[in-house]
Write a protein that binds this ligand. Structure first.
Ligand SMILES: [Ca+2]
Ligand SMILES: [Ca+2]
Ligand SMILES: [Ca+2]
Ligand SMILES: [Zn+2]
Length: 267
């Protein structure tokens, strides 16, 4: 037991170190093949139950890994009627507000001020549509951010690094209790990695870059409980699952996004 625990801690530390220290972090764990297939198939992400033997987390803690690919040419064309918002899980939301987060601008190639203002604008866009104080206005800038795939570390982190897969724009991991009685269900942490395969910036200034505020707004939607939408009819929603360089329309919420956030946290 002790040995296992020690090994797990080491693995976690190695992950933390590799992400924090190097943009070529080869140790990040990719989402499962199943989750990838589902993302490409245009349906909800897979909920992966964390192995109990890790014994690092409270029993029953689960995670959802959401990988975002650049829009493939064949994307869209869904036939079935879809709602224009979806949740990661029914009744799965933050129980304690506001949600605080930390930003690590390392590896972004951008100024700390730009990164912080783009990300906080994304957070406060969600906040502005619900009566709750959803995201803490104050955030912390750190240089030791980690994308925690083995166990949550108590910080909601947004950081930059190289996800070891081609065509990935960003990856969000959300930890929580997705099943069981509603009173038990909640989100406890999220981490968001912006993939340094892409050049990040302000697409209103340079349409060739991936717009940080645009993608951050989308990813933070996952952080508070919303899921991707892949049907063509949802292409104007912030939670539409595909993006490209130059896109900025996800910066502001659309009707479906607003309905979703209000159902979770109130008008
Ligand atoms: Ca608010
Ligand atoms: Ca706020
Ligand atoms: Ca974390
Ligand atoms: Zn997404």
């Amino acid at each position: 037991m002790t040995k296992l625990w020690t090994i797990s801690i080491l693995v976690t530390m190695a992950l933390v170190f590799s992400v924090a220290a190097s943009p070529a972090a080869g140790m990040l764990i990719p989402a499962s093949e199943k989750a990838k297939e589902k993302a490409n198939a245009g349906v909800s992400p897979v909920i992966e139950k964390v192995d109990d033997h890790l014994a690092l987390t409270p029993p029953g803690l689960e995670r959802v890994v959401i990988v975002h690919y650049a829009k493939p040419p064949w994307a869209g064309g869904g036939k079935k009627e879809t709602k224009n918002y979806e949740f990661l899980g029914k009744w799965v939301e933050w129980k304690e507000l506001p949600v605080s987060y930390v930003i690590d601008p390392t590896n972004s190639g951008l100024t700390e001020e730009f990164v912080a203002s783009a990300i906080s604008a994304g957070a406060e866009e969600w906040d502005s549509w619900t009566g709750a104080e959803l995201f803490n206005d104050a955030y912390e800038i750190v240089s030791d951010g980690s994308w925690d795939s083995d166990a949550p570390d108590g910080r909601n982190e947004l950081l930059f690094g190289d996800y070891p897969e081609e065509g990935v724009i960003a990856v969000a991991i959300v930890w929580g209790y997705f099943t069981g009685p509603p009173s038990r269900r909640e989100i406890v942490e999220f981490d968001i990695l912006f993939d340094t395969d892409f050049a990040w910036g302000d697409a209103t200034v340079d349409p060739a870059v991936m717009d940080l505020q645009n993608i951050a707004t989308h990813e933070l939607g996952h952080g508070v409980g919303l899921a991707d939408l892949y049907d063509d009819s949802c292409s104007e929603e912030t939670m539409y699952g595909y993006s490209t360089e130059g896109e900025t329309k996800k910066r502001s919420l659309n009707d479906g996004d607003i309905a979703g956030i209000r159902e979770l946290y109130g008008a």
